[in-house]
Design a protein around this ligand. Structure first.
Ligand SMILES: O=c1[nH]cnc2c1ncn2[C@H]1C[C@H](O)[C@@H](CO)O1
Ligand SMILES: [Zn+2]
Length: 376
């Protein structure tokens, strides 16, 4: 057990304005492609293929559809939150639709000031109309390439990589891990597992993780979101996860005394000592019930204790969020300043599944100058 005080790293020097937050360079490690569609795109693609949406007339009123996603995902349960994906996955079954969604994703992230993103989705969910797993990855990559090209043509700069997710309740993780390795030099940076956590421990997919380790590949695991410490422990100590998707329940292993003293249990100490990145997604956690509110979200404590905290969107459509919105909410709830936003951004870039020299280049050439321009 470790004892230490929960003193902040340093006082936040200033309160950033919404415009400063939007202009600040951002790094996004945890964003689902099928959770980030524009409402208008869901409506148009659904109309094209005759998929029935829960909101009639959504093409004419995409905002109403956006509200439906947000409200339905606001369920307090991960299982019910995940039910909303049936409508986004349904409209992402052709190369054209996949490429469009991927291109728009890149454009939306760049508009939000994101300079590096790893965007994940489960290829096995996009083969209902006969595409092969390879076709799916190729279509998404084409969309990403087009999006990056469009951003560059408009004078911007963004780097985007795919993470391939396997669904934890299914049994295709080995195939998806092999797919990630096959595409590793063509836009895929790593692997993940997602889906309902309770009852589906990461060790169910141990063969896939062991294969990836032998291939010197990278992976993150959704763990410690809807389920607690045992899931995090398996993800790290059995499966060898490089990062934790959410990982927010690590606070169950942190004890804060009335006098402000803090004791870390063995697992929390290990996560902090080894600098395992936490892909925290505050708005999503409030919707699924993992946190009661942003103000009560453990990110404040985890930042003060200097865990390797990163800030993420998870599902921009279901949470009606963006990186700027997530950061602004933290500014408001915890009084974070630009120094804190810069810290989580550099934490995220250090934790990316990109080669070391490319990470450094983005930190030195994009992130630091971008914050310096804001006076930080
Ligand atoms: O926060 C999440 N936890 C677990 N699974 C999730 C979360 N957000 C999205 N997913 C699932 C639903 C998607 O269809 C799938 C692949 O992106 O991943
Ligand atoms: Zn997620």
């Amino acid at each position: 057990m470790t004892a230490l005080s929960a003193e902040p790293i340093e006082a936040a020097p200033d309160v950033p304005t919404p415009d400063q937050v939007r202009r600040a360079p951002k790094v996004l490690l945890h964003d689902h492609l099928d959770g980030g569609l524009r409402p208008a795109t869901v409506a148009e693609l659904a109309a094209e293929i005759g998929h029935e949406l829960p909101v009639p007339g959504a093409v004419a009123d995409p905002d109403a559809l956006g509200r439906w996603f947000r409200e339905s995902a606001d369920s307090g349960s991960l299982e019910r939150y995940l039910e909303t994906f049936v409508h986004t996955v349904a409209v992402m079954q052709t190369p054209e639709a996949l490429a469009r969604v991927a291109r728009e994703c890149v454009e939306d992230l760049a508009t939000d000031g994101v300079v590096y993103a790893e965007v994940r989705y489960a290829p096995e969910q996009h083969v209902e109309q006969g595409l092969s797993l390879d076709d799916v990855v190729a279509a998404v990559q084409q969309g990403f390439d087009e999006g990056v090209g469009a951003v560059a043509a408009a004078g911007g700069r963004i780097v985007v990589r795919q993470l391939l997710t396997a669904m934890r309740h299914q049994a295709r993780s080995m195939e998806i891990a092999e797919l990630a390795v096959a595409w590793r030099d063509r836009g895929v940076a790593g692997f993940d597992i997602a889906g309902a956590e309770a009852g589906f421990p990461p060790t169910r997919h141990l063969d896939a993780f062991e294969y990836l380790q032998r291939e010197s590949s990278h992976f993150t695991i959704h763990a410690g979101e809807a389920f607690g410490l045992p899931s995090i422990w398996e993800a790290i100590q059995w499966c060898g996860a490089d990062r934790l998707g959410h990982g927010v329940r690590i606070v169950d292993d942190v004890e804060v005394g009335e006098d402000g003293s803090v004791r870390l249990g063995r697992l929390a100490a290990y996560v902090r000592d080894t600098r395992i990145p936490l892909e925290l997604c505050p708005a999503s956690n409030v919707q699924t019930g993992a946190a009661a509110s942003i103000a009560e979200h453990p990110i404040g404590l985890l930042r003060d204790l200097r865990f390797r905290v990163t800030v993420n969107t998870d599902n921009r459509l279901m949470s009606d969020t963006s990186m700027s919105a997530e950061m602004l909410a933290l500014v408001e709830a915890f009084g974070w300043g630009l120094t804190d936003l810069r810290w989580v951004t550099i934490n995220a870039m250090k934790s990316a599944f990109l080669p070391f020299d490319e990470r450094l280049e983005i930190i030195d050439e994009v992130i630091k100058p971008g914050y310096a321009a804001l006076g930080c």
